[in-house]
Design a protein around this ligand. Structure first.
Ligand code: ADP
Ligand code: MG
Length: 242
């Protein structure tokens, strides 16, 4: 993490759902995040991370309170844990059991590489809770991904195309999803995934939290965000209103 950590507080802006600037709650240290399971806080410290990055410091409190969030921050600012950890905390709190409920968190990812990285981070920080994650992306055998899904997973990290293949085949259920994450939403739109994303959205429970992360904030991205988020808070790190 570079940008996130070096960003000063005056480069952070948080807007409430009416777009009014607010003085938002911030977790300056991992100990402030005491609503996370203890195992998670220990994992963060043993990873050698000195403190939450800016995007984490501001999105964790909002995520834990169940708010929809738009996070706008550069690559390398620690967005993965910004969305994974509130999702883990909610699954713990609701005693989410994949064998009964299916996956509780769905992360949509633009590329196979990103899906794999996110899966690795979810395994690393979920292991201490007994949480499993499976990644679903094209260019790899469906059978392996399906076999791992069937063992029960708390988190699915998926590229939209492959996930739709599984949905159309009736192989994956999404009715237990509590937290939906669109990661690198701007890139997913650039890559033409919007129709695929909309198909997936139609299968998700209406009562859910949605976290929307993007590095840029052009018109098309705003439009999608306005349609799928429910009174979101906006967290902007650095001068990213572009
Ligand atoms: P982004 O999604 O914003 O591009 P990542 O979530 O991929 O960023 O994080 C980039 C790297 O920083 C990863 O290796 C991750 O493990 C690490 N990282 C995450 N949070 C912190 C933190 N609070 N302090 C230091 N490093 C961190
Ligand atoms: Mg990322």
């Amino acid at each position: 993490v570079t940008t996130g950590q070096t960003a000063q507080d005056d480069e952070v802006q948080v807007l409430d759902p009416d777009e009014a600037p607010v003085k938002a709650e911030k977790f300056s240290s991992f100990d402030d995040a005491d609503e996370f399971p203890r195992e998670i806080r220990e994992e963060l410290k043993s990873a050698g991370f000195p403190a939450p990055s800016q995007i984490q410091a501001y999105t964790w409190p909002l995520g834990l309170r169940g708010k929809d969030i738009i996070g706008i921050a550069a690559t390398g600012s620690g967005k993965t844990l910004a969305f994974l950890l509130p999702a883990f905390a909610q699954m713990m709190e609701e005693n989410h059991r994949p064998e009964r409920d299916g996956a509780g968190a769905l992360v949509m990812s633009p590329t196979r590489e990103l899906a794999q990285q996110t899966e690795a981070e979810a395994q690393r920080f979920g292991k201490c809770l007994g949480f499993r994650c499976v990644a679903m992306y094209g260019g790899a055998p469906k059978g392996d991904q399906m076999a791992r899904y069937r063992q029960g997973c708390h988190t699915i990290v998926a590229c939209p195309g492959r996930l739709n293949d599984f949905l159309e085949g009736g192989q994956v259920r999404l009715d237990g999803v509590l937290k939906l994450v669109l990661d690198e939403a701007d890139r997913m739109l650039d890559m033409g995934f919007e129709p695929q994303i909309r198909k997936i959205l139609a299968r998700l429970p209406r009562k859910r939290h949605t976290l929307f992360f993007t590095a840029t904030w052009p018109k098309e991205v705003r439009k999608l965000a306005s349609e799928i988020l429910n009174r979101p808070y906006k967290v902007m790190i650095g001068n990213r209103e572009v």
